[in-house]
Design a binder for this molecule. Structure first.
Ligand code: ADP
Ligand code: MG
Length: 346
């Protein structure tokens, strides 16, 4: 048997931990503030003096969140960490470490899982994170990944969903709808002309390898944003969460939505829905008072992450938050909240 055919079952749990750990960049295996990493019963991390610990967890399940015929293993490794780092970014936190539980069938190739760890390791290194441990369990019905990521506050401050204030501008980083468009492209027949469009790879990459906005989260925190969250369920699903948490209402303007030209071109009739309800953008949605806007926008563009103002926070009239959208004709109408919901609830 050659190394290329080696499966998890051939080398067992402990052999696999060694191989996966070796696939990580050295500074993702150890760091000066992580006194005990992979190899003992638990990891030991010392946050900077006075800072608070920020904790998040997210899972990816085969057939629900990813398909092995649509992704390569390195991208998958990137994404399982990225969705967690995005939550830390949305708090304005500094990512520090993660633990990863793998649920495996047993017939996976060791080299594929090493590629998964390389993809994860590359993002961890760029995010200054350590992979401090994990677990391996049998999962006969499909692959599962559970990541818990820890970060720390910057000067004990955090961005929450509850700080939006009447008169604040509503901003979004980067563009929205590209990930959902990429997912649509992956689902098309191979001979569909849109699959071979020059921009298709870019949109598919937005879906497979979302880049968490850690540096932008720091800018928002430092420059006076009043609330933030990461966009995982689409603007129409997520903005109402800020409104409800903050006890406010809002309008947004469809004409200002930052939707990439490629999305509009390939999906001329669906780009609005992709932008509003597509999900998995992993951009930051935030609010900031008008006087803070210029500093946020110029610092954001200096680090290569544009921000766009798409609307405004309003005083809430009744007991429920409302969200209105100004359409292409300039007419104002209610935007029905519509999040992607795993259980299909209302
Ligand atoms: P225990 O039985 O005490 O839970 P394990 O034998 O499961 O310990 O794990 C041994 C060490 O390897 C621990 O430090 C654990 O955090 C680490 N580890 C286990 N699985 C993984 C994994 N998938 N990725 C990274 N580290 C892992
Ligand atoms: Mg264990």
């Amino acid at each position: 048997m050659t190394d290329a055919d080696l499966t998890v079952r051939d080398i067992g749990e402990f052999g696999l931990i060694d191989r996966l750990s070796a696939a990580l960049p050295p500074d993702v295996r150890t760091a000066s503030d992580v006194h005990v990493g992979i190899g003992d019963d638990a990891a030991v991390w010392r946050p900077d003096a006075g800072e608070d610990v920020v904790i998040t967890t997210d899972s990816l399940v085969e057939g629900i969140h990813f398909r092995l015929d649509w992704t390569d293993w390195e991208s998958l490794g990137h994404k399982i960490l990225a969705v967690n780092v995005s939550d830390l970014a949305a708090m304005g936190a500094a990512p520090k470490l993660a633990v990863l539980t793998l649920g495996l069938r047993g017939d996976e190739l060791v080299r594929d899982l090493e590629a998964l760890y390389r993809g994860l390791g590359d993002l961890a290194r760029r995010s200054s994170m350590t992979l401090a441990g994990g677990d391996i369990v049998r999962s006969p019905h499909g692959l599962t990944f559970h990541v818990t990521a820890l970060g720390q506050t910057r000067q004990q401050r955090t961005l929450m969903r509850s700080g939006a204030y009447s008169g604040d501008l509503i901003g979004v980083t980067g563009t929205i709808g590209a990930s959902a468009a990429g997912l649509r492209l992956l689902a098309l027949e191979d001979d569909d002309a849109r699959r071979t469009a020059a921009t298709a790879d870019l949109l598919i990459a937005a879906h497979l390898r979302p880049e968490p906005r850690v540096a932008l989260g720091e800018v928002l925190l430092e420059r006076g944003a009043t609330s933030a969250m990461d966009l995982s369920d689409g603007l129409a699903g997520d903005l109402p969460k800020i409104l409800t948490a903050s006890g406010v209402s809002a309008w947004i303007d469809e004409r200002r939505l930052p939707v990439a030209a490629a999305v509009r071109a390939l999906f001329p009739n669906e780009w609005r829905e992709l932008a509003l309800r597509g999900g998995e953008d992993y951009e930051l949605l935030f609010t900031a008072p008008p006087r803070a806007w210029d500093a946020i926008a110029s610092e954001a563009s200096a680090i290569g992450g544009p921000v766009t103002a798409i609307g405004e926070i309003l005083l809430r009239a009744g007991t429920a938050s409302t969200l209105e959208i100004i359409d292409a004709q300039g007419a104002r109408r209610p935007l029905l909240p519509g999040a992607f919901d795993h259980f299909g609830g209302a």
